[in-house]
Design a protein around this ligand. Structure first.
Ligand SMILES: Cc1cc2nc3c(=O)[nH]c(=O)nc-3n(C[C@H](O)[C@H](O)[C@H](O)COP(=O)(O)OP(=O)(O)OC[C@H]3O[C@@H](n4cnc5c(N)ncnc54)[C@H](O)[C@@H]3O)c2cc1C
Length: 414
């Protein structure tokens, strides 16, 4: 791959840069630059409202959901153009957080399996930020093993009645629509009795209960369904084919997480360049330098692995299981870096949120958020299983419930 812009890419970059310079909400620049890795709150404004305004501005100018087709609200851009845009959007890209699940996962699933009418009615509103979508997959006993989900969808005339519970649903408290994965046939083996739907989050019988996190934030929720009725027209894909539909969502999830992998390396490098311990400048310490060198090598590896996927995408190939490497390496790296920075800060490393915490407590916030990164979108162990089985060709995980009807799988009295 050639890493320099072609003349066309350079022209695209100049256009993007000029537009961002002229239109970005500069009043939030400092705050967004300082925001630690992970989730963001704004002191001077509501993150969702500021994000919606930025998304709408981008949409009106043709800079929203870049890789989506134009007729559904996108720009029909190439994967390389999307990366160039992300580079030029810079810190303002952090404002797109509430729309990432919609753009990266729900939108592509509706595009692949929705009716033409739904695509034209729903997707432009998603792209413009007018409507936010969430992903209703995980349940208390179905996370890594999402095919073990128990939320029921039962036929009722020309619609379906939904009963059950989801958990860890990011953004459900401000979402308009949700992509709902439900069980329609408990007599079939677990992967075969599932169906995908989308639903209006304001439907009667939907109850969203926010979960308070260790960081003090409230980003995800429990969602309960009691006799929620949805029309059959909101089914995505065939009845019983939900597993296949979910693979589109999950593949896009991994790609969309992969495209915005943060490692914490620029932050730790900047911190060590300024920080002075009782023994002198941190950067003069050989142990610190050895750590930084190690992380520099890892971040280059991640960058070029991501470029490799990008090259594959631009050749029209589907990104494969090797993409799991990125999140696995970056997730542990963020946690290691945050731990190291807090160690280096000595007693001050125990402070968080206080005015006298080093660099506004950004490494403490990073440290609290890091385990979530290592769980969301596939835990470390699941990613290792994927790499072992599908990249290295090692023997598969033991699956005792394969081909067993779902309602015959033994459970502990549930
Ligand atoms: C920040 C965040 C945001 C999220 N947002 C959403 C969302 O918007 N929508 C949504 O649907 N879900 C969301 N999730 C849920 C997420 O998808 C699940 O937490 C994840 O899939 C893990 O499932 P679990 O929590 O049930 O853990 P479990 O699957 O119960 O895993 C528990 C432990 O067992 C290990 N384990 C499980 N199976 C295996 C195996 N076969 N081999 C080896 N080890 C194994 C796991 O690695 C883990 O350490 C979010 C999670 C987080 C942290």
């Amino acid at each position: 791959m050639n890493f320099d812009d072609t003349p066309e890419e350079a022209a695209f970059r100049a256009k993007a840069r000029e537009w961002v310079q002229a239109n970005a909400p500069k009043e939030y620049e400092a705050e967004l630059s300082q925001a630690s890795l992970g989730r963001i709150t704004l002191k001077k404004g509501d993150m969702v409202e500021v994000g919606k305004a930025w998304q709408k501005k981008k949409f009106d100018a043709g800079w929203a959901c870049l890789s989506w087709p134009k007729e559904y609200g996108g720009r029909g851009a190439t994967p390389i153009e999307k990366v160039i845009w992300q580079q030029e959007e810079g810190v303002y890209g952090k404002l797109t957080q509430p729309f990432q699940i919609g753009e990266g996962m729900c939108g592509p699933t509706v595009m692949a399996f929705g009716s033409e009418e739904d695509k034209r009615r729903r997707l432009p509103k998603l792209a413009s930020g007018e409507e936010i979508w969430c992903q209703l997959f995980s349940e208390p006993s179905a996370g890594s093993d999402v095919a073990g989900l128990r939320t029921r969808a039962e036929r009722d005339g020309d619609g379906w009645i939904i009963n059950g519970q989801k958990i860890w649903t990011s953004g459900a408290h401000y979402s308009n629509y949700g992509l709902l994965f439900a069980r329609t046939d408990p007599d079939a083996p677990k992967h075969k009795g599932l169906t995908m739907f989308f639903l209006d989050m304001k439907s009667p019988g939907v109850e969203v209960r926010p979960i308070k996190q260790a960081s003090g934030m409230q980003e995800f929720n429990e969602v309960y369904f009691t006799d929620v009725r949805i029309p059959d027209s909101q089914r995505l894909g065939n009845v019983g084919d939900g597993w296949n539909v979910s693979l589109t969502t999950l593949m896009n999830e991994r790609m969309s997480i992969g495209s915005r992998l943060a490692t914490g390396f620029p932050e730790i490098f900047a911190f060590c360049s300024d920080f002075v311990t009782e023994h002198g400048a941190a950067l003069d310490d050989r142990a610190v330098r050895a750590k930084l060198a190690d992380w520099a090598v890892k971040s280059s590896g991640l960058k070029y692995t991501a470029y490799r996927s990008l090259s594959a995408l631009s050749r029209g190939e589907r990104p494969g299981p090797e993409n799991s490497i990125g999140k696995l390496v970056a997730g542990t790296m963020v946690q290691d870096i945050a731990t190291f920075a807090m160690d280096l800060q000595g007693a001050a490393g125990a402070l968080t949120g206080a005015a006298d915490a080093e660099v506004g407590g950004r490494f403490q916030t990073m440290w609290i958020g890091a385990p979530g990164t290592r769980i969301a979108g596939g835990t470390d162990e699941i990613l290792r299983n994927i790499i072992a089985e599908r990249v290295l060709g090692l023997p598969g995980d033991i699956r005792v419930d394969k081909n067993v009807p779902f309602n015959k799988i033994p459970t502990k009295g549930r």
